[in-house]
Design a protein. Structure first.
Length: 405
């Protein structure tokens, strides 16, 4: 079986990596086709890659700025109804079409030559479902974890890309997902979504050499702070990261024998300014490399880091930054009982509120117990290797159907 994979951003792609490994271990061919920024992540993960030319259609060129005070980006996004199909949604759909038109011909030309049996894509990279329709192969969506809205985007995308599909020979339009794989723990899945097939979250946050200090810790408490590449850089440059750093520092100062790590890519170390001596600033290191020996993860609301903490039974404090997905993670962590979420704008920069949240989660055993419950739920979910036969059966049945028609 040949599986063609694409994704619009590294953060969307990394949750797909364990399933691609399971496919390879089962003897199937896997190839990533996309732009450099995500193809690089695929290459690091040991996956064959084909890079699209240029970067005109890369998500880095098309990422819109987050607008504060936009109701859809406000706290409560997990429970809120889907955004209305109004002029705003139409404008976003138009951007999808404009972006995909830049590279879809090159994408489809290579895909036709490689001849995949199935295309696997993330929920927002609709070029995969367009190509699946044009090649008449199943399109599989692999979600990234916490998600409350991507199912609502499918119909606007199909409408916006109708002419593109027709031009490429897919007269019936963009394909509906033949299978949806969902690594979100079942108890945390949003009712806004079309139900998917549960697959275990296997932590993968990238690769790196693991330093000795990461696995040799003292008998005290370890706090890890991680804010991602995009959010971390924006926080550092805007000065808001220091509120989090100061809040964690004050909490640690009030307890005995506490080690604090700040995982921060080197490219924004210069923007950090003065950091308390009690906080160890390290370079880019996958969160999974330190979670086994961590007592608390403080982060910005990234789904990958949050689910990795859950997979290790580690409680969390989420200082949620702007954006519906980040706010949703903060709300979900609080609802699960495995931590606290600071989702209101004022709380995100309130040193006292951050200090109190860190102190409470570290000193109250109920947060660790709740995190352990979610860890057990994740461990009981079918592994990627157990889900590979589901995809094999899908492709086999599609092959039989095509031979009989």
């Amino acid at each position: 079986m040949r599986v063609l994979v694409n994704s619009m951003a590294p953060s969307h792609f990394l949750p797909m990596v364990p399933f691609t490994w399971a496919l390879r271990a089962a003897g199937h061919e896997v190839l990533f086709l996309g732009y450099e920024e995500t193809a690089h992540s695929a290459h690091e993960a040991g996956i064959l890659t084909r890079r699209l030319s240029g970067d005109a259609g890369s998500v880095g060129r098309w990422r819109p700025p987050v607008k504060k005070k936009d109701p859809f980006w406000a706290p409560g996004s997990k429970q809120a109804p889907p955004p209305p199909q109004d002029a705003r949604t139409t404008a976003i759909a138009g951007r999808w079409k404009a972006r995909i038109e830049i590279f879809i011909d090159e994408y489809l030309e290579f895909a036709q030559a490689w001849s995949p049996d199935v295309i696997m894509t993330d929920p927002m990279e609709f070029s995969g479902l367009v190509a699946a329709a044009a090649l008449d192969v199943p399109g599989v969506v692999h979600r990234w974890g916490f998600d409350a809205f991507t199912s609502t985007l499918l119909e606007p995308a199909k409408h916006a890309l109708r002419e593109t599909c027709a031009r490429l020979g897919a007269e019936n339009g963009m394909a509906d997902p033949a299978l949806i794989l969902d690594p979100c723990p079942p108890s945390m899945m949003s009712s806004n979504l079309v139900p998917g097939t549960p697959v275990r979250w296997v932590p993968y946050n990238g690769t790196a050499g693991v330093p000795e200090w990461a696995v040799k810790r003292g008998a005290g408490t370890r706090i890890c702070m991680s804010f991602g590449l995009w959010s971390g850089e924006a926080l550092a440059q805007g000065g808001d990261l220091h509120a989090v750093i100061d809040g964690v520092h004050e909490a640690a100062r009030g307890m005995d024998d506490v080690e604090v790590l700040l995982l921060a890519p080197e490219q924004y170390h210069a923007d950090l300014g003065t950091v308390p001596d009690t906080i160890r600033v390290v370079g880019q290191l996958p969160v999974s490399a330190v979670m086994r020996d961590t007592d608390l993860l403080v982060h910005h609301g990234g789904g990958g880091g949050s689910l990795t903490a859950y997979a290790y039974g580690v409680p969390q404090v989420v200082v949620a930054q702007e954006g519906p997905m980040l706010v949703q993670v903060g709300e979900t962590v609080a609802e699960s009982g495995a931590g606290l979420g600071l989702v209101e704008e004022a709380a995100r920069v309130d040193v006292g509120a951050i200090r109190d949240a860190v102190t409470e989660v570290l000193t109250e055993p109920r947060y660790r117990k709740a995190a352990e419950r979610v860890r057990a739920e994740i461990a009981a979910t079918p592994s990627p290797a157990e889900i590979v036969p589901v995809l094999e059966s899908l492709v086999a049945s599609r092959t039989v159907d095509s031979k009989t028609t």
